[in-house]
Ligand binder design. Structure first.
Ligand code: BES
Ligand code: ZN
Length: 640
C-alpha cells in the first residue's frame, strides 16, 4: 500500500463498533442518563441520534461570530417530532461547550430549563448530548459555544486570505463536522429546515447556505443578518462564511461571491454559470433551490468544492483564467439533484451522492461544451481511478461501492471509487439501455425521492422495478451485484475515449524517445494526460533530465493551472527535479486543497532530499492547514 493510502487509512479508528465505556459528564448532577457508547444497529453508525424516537425538523441558529476568541456563541433552537413519549432528544456534538438547555411547552410562552447529559467523547463521533424532555415539550433550545478546536470551522488570519485585508471564517460540515459547530442530528438521512440570525463584526459579511432575509446594525459594531432555508436539508449541508465578501450578479439566478481583489477573475471564470444551470435543468429536471451562487474561499479550503445549498463553496485554485477547471462547478451544481435533493442515507451510500454527481456533471459538460470535452473528463477520471485502485490493492474492501465504514471516519470514503467507479456503473447502465430509457430513469430517481435519504439497497430495488426497457442490440445486462458489492472494476466497465488525449499520450512517448513533438496548442487537460503517460522510469535518460527539458520548453514550473501544476509538482518531487523545489514550497505553504498537497508531500518522501524538504515545509505550513488536510498530513508525515 502506498504511503498516501496509509495516511488516509490511518484516520481510521476502530471504535464505532467496539463498545467503549461512556463516562457521562453530567450537568446538573441529577441528570445521569446512561447512553449507549455506540449508535444502535439499524441506525446510522456515524450518529448518536435516534430519529425514530425524537426527530429534529427545524433548526434555528442565533450565533455571534467572535474573531478574537475564535468561537461562535449563542443558541440552537430545535423543533421536534416526538414518536416515543418519554424518550430523550439525542444530539450529536463535538468540541462544543454546552451552557444550558431549555425546553418549550406549547401552552407556555416562557422556556423552562431542562436537564441534559453529555456522554464521554468517542474518538470519531464526538459526544452524544441527551436532553430530557418534559411531557408535551415541542422545542428545545441549546445555549452553547464552539471551541477553537472545532473541526467544522476554520478561522483564518488576514495573511491567509487573498486580499490580506481582514480575517475570515468558513465552515465545512461534510461529512460529520456539522456537530462541531451546531448541536444537531448529524446524519445525512435526517433533514431539517433552517433559519439563522448571525451577528458578525461590521466590516465582515456573513453569507449562509440559505436565503438572506434582512440585515440591521446591532450592538457593539455588529451587523445582524437573518436567513432561512425552507427546503429541509441534512446537517452536512449547513454552511456559513464570514469575511470581506462581495458579490456580483452573473445571470437572473446566478451570482459569484469573493474577496474584492478576487471578484473580477471569479466573474470571468464563471461566466457560463447561468448556462450551466439551464443545461442541468434540461438534463435532470427543475432546480429546486431558487438561486445558484458560487463563493470563492481563501486557498486553505481543503476541498475543490462543496455543494452547500444555494451557494457552492470553492477553492480559488479553480480560477485558472481560461475556464479549463469549470468541470468542478458542473460537479457542485449537479449535487443540487444528486446529494442535496436525493441524499445518501448513510455515509456507506456515499457513491449515490458522488457517483451520480460525476455522471450528471459530465452530462452538463457535454450539453455545454460538446461530447469531446465530457469524454476528456471521463478518460482522466477512469485513468485516476485505476491509479488509485492499484494503490488500494491490499484493501479490497475499500474498492467496493457499497462501502462498509463502521468503525471508521466517513471522510475515509472520499476516494475515486465512490466518484469514478460510481459514475462508470451509471454509464454502463446508460450504455446497456440507451439514453431514451436511462434518462427518464435518472429523472424519476430524483423526482420520486426528492428531499429524502436513500440507501444502496433502495437504489437497487428502484433499478429492478423501473429500468425495464429492453437491452440495446448487442448489449448485455450489467451484473449489478458485482458492481455494487465486489472490489475492483468489472470487465465490462466502460472505456471512454477522447481523441485529443490519445494525441497527448502519443506525444508523451515521442518526447521521451527524444523525438520532436508539436504540443504548442495542448490544453491543460491534454498536458495532464501527457504527464501521466510520460515513460520516466524505463527511459534511457534520467527522469530529472527529461523533466528539465520539458520545463525549458513548456514552463510547467510556472504553470497557472493548479490541476496541471500539482500533476507536474508530483513528478518533480518524485524524481528529484530540484529546480521545482521553490515552487513546491510556495504551493504547499499557500494552498490547502488536500487532493493537491497530499500527493506532493507523498512524492517528496520518495527521495531523502525530498523527505527533508517535506518535513521542513510541513513545519512551517501546518498551522495554516484546515483540520482535515492537517489530519491526513499528520498521518503521512507524523504529527510534530
Ligand atoms: N461533497 C464533495 C466534497 C466532500 C466529500 C467533502 C466528502 C467532505 C466529504 C464535493 O462535491 C466534491 O466532490 N468535491 C471535489 C470536486 C471534484 C470531484 C470536482 C473535490 O473537492 O475535489
Ligand atoms: Zn461531489
Amino acid at each position: 500500500m502506498s504511503r498516501l493510502l496509509v495516511a488516509l487509512a490511518a484516520l481510521t479508528v476502530s471504535a464505532c463498533s467496539a463498545p467503549a465505556p461512556a463516562t457521562p459528564i453530567v450537568t446538573p448532577p441529577a441528570a445521569v442518563v446512561q447512553l449507549p457508547a455506540v449508535p444502535q444497529p439499524g441506525r446510522d453508525p456515524h450518529s448518536f441520534a435516534r430519529p425514530d424516537e425524537v426527530r429534529v425538523d427545524a433548526i434555528e441558529l442565533d450565533l455571534t461570530v467572535d474573531f478574537d476568541a475564535h468561537v461562535l456563541r449563542g443558541s440552537a433552537t430545535l423543533a421536534l417530532t416526538r414518536s416515543v413519549a418519554d424518550a430523550p432528544l439525542v444530539l450529536d456534538t463535538r468540541d462544543l461547550e454546552i451552557e444550558r438547555v431549555e425546553a418549550h411547552l406549547p401552552d407556555r410562552t416562557d422556556w423552562v430549563t431542562t436537564t441534559h447529559a453529555l456522554a464521554g467523547p468517542h474518538p470519531i463521533l464526538g459526544q452524544a448530548l441527551s436532553v430530557d424532555l418534559p411531557p408535551g415539550a415541542d422545542r428545545v433550545r441549546v445555549h452553547y459555544r464552539t471551541s477553537p478546536a472545532s473541526t467544522g470551522l476554520q478561522w483564518l488570519a488576514p495573511e491567509q486570505t487573498s486580499d490580506r485585508a481582514g480575517e475570515f471564517l468558513y465552515t465545512q460540515s461534510q461529512a460529520i463536522h456539522a456537530r462541531s459547530w451546531v448541536p444537531c442530528q448529524d446524519s445525512p438521512g435526517i433533514r431539517a429546515a433552517v433559519a439563522a440570525r448571525i451577528a458578525a463584526p461590521a466590516p465582515y459579511r456573513a453569507v449562509m447556505a440559505a436565503e438572506e432575509l434582512s440585515n440591521e446594525t446591532g450592538p457593539n459594531g455588529h451587523v445582524l443578518r437573518t436567513f432561512k432555508l425552507d427546503q429541509p436539508i441534512p446537517a452536512y449541508l449547513l454552511a456559513l462564511a464570514v469575511g470581506r465578501l462581495e458579490s456580483v450578479q452573473l445571470g437572473p439566478r446566478t451570482a459569484v461571491w469573493a474577496e474584492p481583489g478576487v471578484l473580477p477573475r471569479a466573474r470571468a471564470e464563471f461566466a457560463d454559470l447561468e448556462a450551466m444551470l439551464t443545461a442541468a435543468e434540461a438534463a435532470v429536471g427543475p432546480y429546486r433551490w431558487g438561486r445558484y451562487e458560487v463563493l470563492v474561499l481563501p486557498a486553505a479550503f481543503p476541498f475543490g468544492g462543496m455543494e452547500n445549498p444555494r451557494v457552492t463553496f470553492v477553492t480559488p485554485t479553480i480560477l485558472a483564467g481560461d475556464r479549463s477547471l469549470v468541470s468542478l462547478i458542473a460537479h457542485e451544481l449537479a449535487h443540487s439533484w444528486s446529494g442535496n435533493l436525493v441524499t445518501n442515507a448513510t455515509w456507506r451510500d456515499f457513491w449515490l451522492n458522488e457517483g451520480f454527481t460525476v455522471y450528471v456533471e459530465r452530462r452538463i459538460l457535454e450539453a455545454i461544451y460538446g461530447r469531446e470535452r465530457a469524454e476528456v473528463e471521463a478518460v482522466l477520471g477512469r485513468e485516476h481511478l485505476e491509479i488509485e485502485l492499484a494503490d488500494m490493492s491490499d484493501r479490497p474492501g475499500d474498492q467496493i461501492l457499497h462501502l462498509d465504514l463502521s468503525g471508521r471516519d466517513p471522510d475515509d470514503a472520499v476516494t475515486d471509487v465512490a466518484y469514478e467507479k460510481g459514475a462508470l456503473f451509471l454509464r454502463r447502465l446508460e450504455q446497456a439501455y440507451g439514453r431514451d430509457a436511462f434518462d427518464p430513469f435518472v429523472r424519476a430517481w430524483f423526482d420520486r425521492h426528492a428531499f429524502t435519504g436513500q440507501t444502496t439497497e433502495a437504489f437497487r430495488a428502484f433499478l429492478t422495478a423501473e429500468l425495464k426497457a429492453p437491452l440495446l442490440p448487442g448489449q448485455t445486462a450489467p451484473d449489478v451485484d458485482r458492481w455494487l458489492e465486489a472490489p475492483g472494476l468489472p470487465e465490462d466497465a466502460p472505456r471512454p475515449q477522447a481523441a485529443s488525449l490519445t494525441l497527448a499520450a502519443d506525444a508523451a512517448r515521442e518526447f521521451a524517445a527524444g523525438r520532436k513533438i508539436d504540443a504548442r496548442a495542448f490544453s491543460p487537460l491534454q498536458w495532464i494526460h501527457f504527464l501521466r503517460a510520460l515513460p520516466l522510469k524505463d527511459g534511457s535518460r534520467p527522469a530529472a533530465a527529461v523533466l528539465a527539458e520539458l520545463d525549458a520548453a513548456y514552463h510547467f514550473t510556472a504553470a497557472g493551472n493548479a490541476e496541471l501544476l500539482s500533476e507536474w509538482l508530483i513528478l518533480a518531487a518524485r524524481h528529484g527535479y530540484r529546480p521545482a523545489d521553490a515552487r513546491i514550497r510556495e504551493f504547499l505553504t499557500s494552498v490547502g486543497r488536500r487532493k493537491y498537497v497530499l500527493p506532493i508531500y507523498d512524492a517528496l518522501l520518495a527521495t531523502p532530499e525530498g523527505a527533508a524538504l517535506a518535513r521542513e515545509i510541513f513545519a512551517v505550513a501546518r498551522p495554516g492547514y484546515h483540520a482535515i488536510t492537517r489530519g491526513s498530513l499528520d498521518a503521512l508525515l507524523g504529527a510534530p
